[in-house]
Design a protein around this ligand. Structure first.
Ligand code: PAF
Length: 280
């Protein structure tokens, strides 16, 4: 696996792949790789001839400087984690390769980026859309792999490539969970032992709400009770718990089409998000 930090080098290699008729897949990440990322890499390897994993801690998508500072940078451990997967390139662009001097473009996707995380992290999805647009154009990938754990992000990226005619297929991959149901996240390591034991309650409560909805409960009632249960379990704040239509993420109160239950809640100073599908 080559480590490349400069766009011109990546493009030169990419040209040779294209001459050989190879398809290219990309897995965009901010590093601190865990099994969730590695499952994206596995799916990319199965679907594409060449695979690039990008690692770039994108300052534009952080709302707060402390969060950006605290974000783990673990290049060598990440390279080691990727070693068994026969990845072709780890692309670690230096900041100027993404945001050169005088950079003044902002990619903003309206609609799907509004509400949910968008309401609580102003500017976050502009930062994501801008960097993802750049990474897809820089890597020229045929397919890009994103986890459903960040379901709103996945919808933002799908809309972005559709609206801007970026010729990359966006592949959504199922959330990877610990045995107790907790969705894998780079933030989980920041949970204390007690909080780690409480964290899986979030997924368990989402499943209960989904069951209630399928049995005919109204979304309003089921969500109201669930929020109280999450707080009672030990979470300090539920930022949102909402039922949204899977397609377009519009708010919905009835289960008349495929939907998602999405949640964000704080536990032990750590913001956890999760979501599950709810079919009628
Ligand atoms: O999901 C992430 O890790 C990031 O938001 C992404 C897609 C790599 C953009 O920085």
């Amino acid at each position: 696996m080559k480590r490349i930090r400069v766009l011109s080098e990546l493009r030169a290699l990419n040209r040779t792949w294209r001459c050989d008729g190879a398809t290219v897949g990309v897995v965009p990440t901010m590093g601190a790789l865990h099994q969730g990322h590695l499952s994206l890499v596995k799916q990319a390897k199965a679907a594409c001839d060449r695979v690039i994993v990008t690692v770039f801690v994108n300052p534009k998508q952080f709302n707060n400087a402390e969060d950006l500072d605290k974000y783990p940078r673990t290049e060598d451990a990440d390279a080691e984690a990727l070693a068994p997967f026969d990845v072709d390139v780890m692309y670690l662009p230096t900041p100027d390769q993404i945001y050169p001097d005088g950079f003044s473009t902002n990619v903003s996707v309206s609609g799907v980026s509004e509400g949910l995380c968008g309401a609580h992290r102003p500017g976050h999805f502009d930062g994501v859309a801008t960097v993802v647009a750049k990474l897809l154009l820089q890597t020229g990938a045929d397919r890009a792999f994103f986890g459903e754990k960040d379901f709103q992000q996945l919808q933002v990226v799908k809309r972005l490539v559709r609206d801007l005619d970026i010729p990359t297929e966006i592949v959504g991959c199922a959330t990877v969970r610990e045995e107790d149901g907790l969705a894998l996240s780079s933030r989980n390591v920041r949970l204390s032992e007690t909080a780690r034991n409480t964290a899986p309650r979030l997924y368990a409560i989402l499943q209960d709400v989904a069951d209630e909805l399928r049995r005919g409960a109204t979304a309003e009632a089921a969500i109201y009770t669930a929020k109280a249960r999450i707080e009672l379990a030990g979470f300090s704040e539920v930022e949102y718990l909402e039922l949204r239509a899977e397609d377009g993420l519009t708010p919905t109160t009835v289960l008349d089409r495929p939907a998602r239950l999405l949640v964000a809640a704080w536990l032990d100073g750590v913001r956890l998000i999760d979501n599950i599908p709810v079919a009628p």
